[in-house]
Design a protein around this ligand. Structure first.
Ligand code: A2P
Length: 275
């Protein structure tokens, strides 16, 4: 037996570009979808609709953390940072992230960014927020921000999913948001929720591309138009690569121009992040 001191492996510490934050709650919607919230560092600022890198400290035997870009689902003034995530069984990050519990630690990047922000769309009358799957996340942020209701007469949240069970946050948009101390009153007058399901029976069925091209979406919303109106309608898109590509082509064909932070436009888009 030797009395030589045991040299402990140096504890892993986050880089200067990351905060280490604490998980506050986790909610599982389905076996493929969950939400969680983490503490917000006092210095962390973001605009509603932006995304940020999220990750986990390295597992035993690993040296580097795995980080992925996630839209922040809470609005810019919220005390906690909320996220909506897919669960991929062999996904490098979400195979582990799906097992987080309150009290666990999560890495948070220091530089939020993105184009699904009110600054990137020109003034208008109606703001359409179309998300498929976890692409709803940035719009949970925008639709809970009082600026959305100050800038637009109507805010329409469209969520497209395959199955009814994937309509996460349905209770928020059909009930809870109307009691929100900050946007409840505005939401009651100005918010419209339009969920649609493609692979099961539901009150609204079909892909947004088809519902828009046919004019059915506008009829269902009671709008006296059969296509987007470039003078009044502004659109934000978030979902799979195919979804944003097809929706962008549809927007262009109806006379809308893509915007960015540098040059606000009629529609903006971002891919929903996976893995
Ligand atoms: P569908 O069931 O007809 O494929 P995903 O989980 O694949 O991202 O799909 C989420 C939702 O988005 C589903 O309702 C899906 O419809 C729909 N969707 C997928 N691709 C497109 C697309 N290119 N245009 C419009 N909707 C799409």
């Amino acid at each position: 037996m030797s009395d030589a001191p045991v040299t402990a492996a140096p504890a892993w510490t986050p880089s200067a570009a990351q905060h280490l934050e604490t998980v506050l709650w986790v909610r599982h919607w389905t076996d493929r979808l969950f939400s969680f919230a983490i503490t917000r560092p006092p210095t962390f600022r973001f605009r509603s609709g932006e995304f940020v890198m999220i990750g986990l400290p390295p597992a035993p035997g690993e040296t580097k953390p795995i980080l992925r870009a996630y839209s922040i689902a809470s609005p810019s003034f919220a005390e906690e940072l909320e996220f909506l995530s897919i669960k991929v069984q062999d996904g490098p990050l979400t195979s582990r992230l799906q097992h987080i519990q309150p009290g666990d630690q999560v890495l948070l990047g220091k530089k939020p960014t993105g184009t699904l922000v009110l600054d990137a769309v020109r003034p208008g009358k109606r703001l359409f927020l179309f998300g498929t799957g976890t692409g709803l996340a940035p719009f949970l942020s925008v639709a809970r921000d009082p600026d959305a209701y100050a800038n637009f007469e109507q805010v329409i949240v469209g969520h497209g999913v395959r199955e009814v069970a994937e309509l996460a946050y349905r209770d928020l948009f059909t009930r809870e948001i109307f009691d929100d101390p900050l946007v409840g009153e505005e939401a009651r007058k100005q918010l419209v929720y339009y969920p649609t399901v493609t692979r099961e029976a539901f009150e609204h069925q079909g892909r947004f591309t088809d519902l828009i091209a046919s004019g059915k979406l506008f009829a269902d919303l009671g709008l006296g138009q059969t296509a987007f109106n470039p003078d009044e309608d502004r659109i934000m898109l978030c979902g799979s690569m195919d979804f944003i590509k097809d929706m962008a082509a549809l927007c262009e064909s109806q006379g809308l121009k893509e915007g960015s932070n540098a040059e606000p436009g009629d529609y903006v888009l971002e891919r929903a992040f996976v893995g």
